[in-house]
Design a protein around this ligand. Structure first.
Ligand SMILES: [Zn+2]
Length: 449
């Protein structure tokens, strides 16, 4: 069996992939908070039935009733194994009446599959399921195993999904290499087309900065020490503090060649002055170059006629791989300078996580993508995402995980903007590219030996 035959099978399976994605969107697996409800088991059962129709067995692994994870595998030899991973829960649709198409109808129109989850992350799950089926239908022996894991509960941190799988069923999902969501955005630089591949994720902490004073009656402010009046100093300290960019991430090795002298400008220029096409890449560069400390909440006071004894600024902090809570503390102290009576408390919600790059796996992805989009000289930029995904939960098992679901660079197949917002949709042309890449990757790693 040749790569070209497999890619043709991918193309003839595109309608089936679109139908599968539409069916997946129709299951409202909404995960709005710690109580879900998620109901991801219904999604898992649909996938299991789809696989079973071609004789592929799968396992439904439930952390709790209805919070199911689906795992299926095609066993192979001792060559490096490949895990296709994705998540089956979605965020709430909020105002369903305001959507162009109903969020849980799975409407296929104008070259897109519409609805909540169509892009994040059911498109990848549909493509991965179909890629595994395309391989299974060929009945070729595989040099290494191919595993599919569709996890629950990503949108609220993965406790019932990949965190639980990694703790309770590590053997079911353990692989040498894995593909997950994130990455895959196309870009153009100097007439060349490229792709962003996510190699890691920043860490996240919450920093609570409490200003202490002396409470009292609002009618006699001279008898109190009002901490609210000292908030501006604290906020201006954070605003003025310049965090020195750290250009050690591999993204800068690639981009300093590509952008030459303009790299410094891109890191410093006012974001609003950039063109729309520059913004995605510049955002990735900035994110990978620094810790961010962003005030997001103000807490203080309980009554309009009482001076509170304290008030707080809560900040969202995103750290680079290698940065610790001590580094965060040092930056915050430097930002606050002489502001007095501030108690700083840090709470870590996710550690930074990263896979090495480049690797034989990233090179296989590059070959597979070149075959999928029929373009040999693509540029590659390894990105560090500012958000986080399930990848961080799988890396500790020894797996090299990259976020890479390549989208079409066709200007008529616009990148969806509705992820987590209204009118989420997925261009069918991007489904075609992702499906072809996944099939070509499996061929490269598991068949072409
Ligand atoms: Zn997602």
């Amino acid at each position: 069996m040749t790569l070209q035959q497999l890619l043709r099978s991918a193309d003839t399976s595109l309608d089936e992939t679109v139908a599968l994605l539409s069916d997946l969107v129709r299951i409202a697996s909404v995960n709005g908070g710690p109580e879900g409800p998620g109901n991801e088991s219904e999604v898992a059962r649909l996938l299991a039935a789809k696989l079973a129709a071609d004789g592929v067995a799968s396992q439904l692994l439930e952390a709790r009733p209805n919070r199911g994870n689906l795992v299926a595998r095609l066993d192979g030899g001792s060559a490096p194994s490949l895990l296709y991973m994705g998540h089956t829960d979605v965020v709430p649709a909020e105002d369903a009446e305001l959507w162009r198409y109903p969020p849980f109808a799975g409407t296929v129109a104008e070259g897109y599959v519409h609805g909540r989850g169509a892009a994040d992350c059911k498109a990848l799950v549909a493509c991965e399921t179909m890629a595994l089926l395309i391989l299974a239908r060929q009945h070729v022996p595989l040099a290494g195993s191919l595993i599919l894991a569709a996890g629950a509960d990503e949108e609220t941190g993965g406790q019932h999904g990949f965190a639980w799988l990694a703790r309770h069923h590590p053997e079911a999902i353990r692989a040498d290499c894995a593909i997950n969501e994130g990455g895959g955005s196309p870009f153009f630089v100097g007439g060349r087309k490229g792709y962003l591949i996510n190699t890691g994720e920043k860490g996240r902490l919450e920093a609570s900065l409490r200003l202490d004073g002396k409470g009292g009656h609002a009618a006699t402010p001279w008898a109190a020490d009002n901490p609210i009046e000292r908030l501006p100093e604290l906020l201006m300290g954070l605003r003025r503090h310049q965090i020195v960019p750290d250009l050690s991430h591999p993204i800068f090795e690639v981009t300093s060649e590509v952008f030459q002298s303009s790299l410094t400008r891109l890191l410093q220029v006012d974001f609003g002055d950039l063109s729309r096409s520059e913004r995605g890449l510049v955002s990735a560069l900035r994110g990978a170059s620094r810790m961010t400390i962003t005030p997001t909440m103000l807490l203080g006071g309980v009554k309009s006629n009482s001076i509170p004894a304290s008030c707080s600024v809560v900040c969202d902090v995103r750290t680079l791989p290698g940065q610790t809570a001590a580094d965060v503390m040092a930056e915050i102290r430097a930002a606050l300078g002489k502001v007095e009576s501030v108690q700083i408390e840090l709470q870590e919600t996710a550690e930074p996580s990263e896979s090495p790059y480049p690797t034989p796996f990233s090179q296989a992805i590059e070959r597979a993508t070149a075959a999928a989009v029929e373009q040999p000289d693509l540029l590659w930029i390894p990105g560090l995402t500012s958000g986080f995904s399930d990848s961080r939960l799988v890396r500790p098992l020894g797996t090299t995980v990259y976020g890479f679901a390549p989208q079409s660079a066709d200007p008529d197949a616009l990148t969806p903007e509705g992820i987590h917002g209204r009118d989420e949709c997925m261009p069918i042309e991007s489904l075609r590219v992702t499906l072809r890449m996944l099939v070509a990757l499996a061929w490269d790693m598991l068949v072409a030996h």
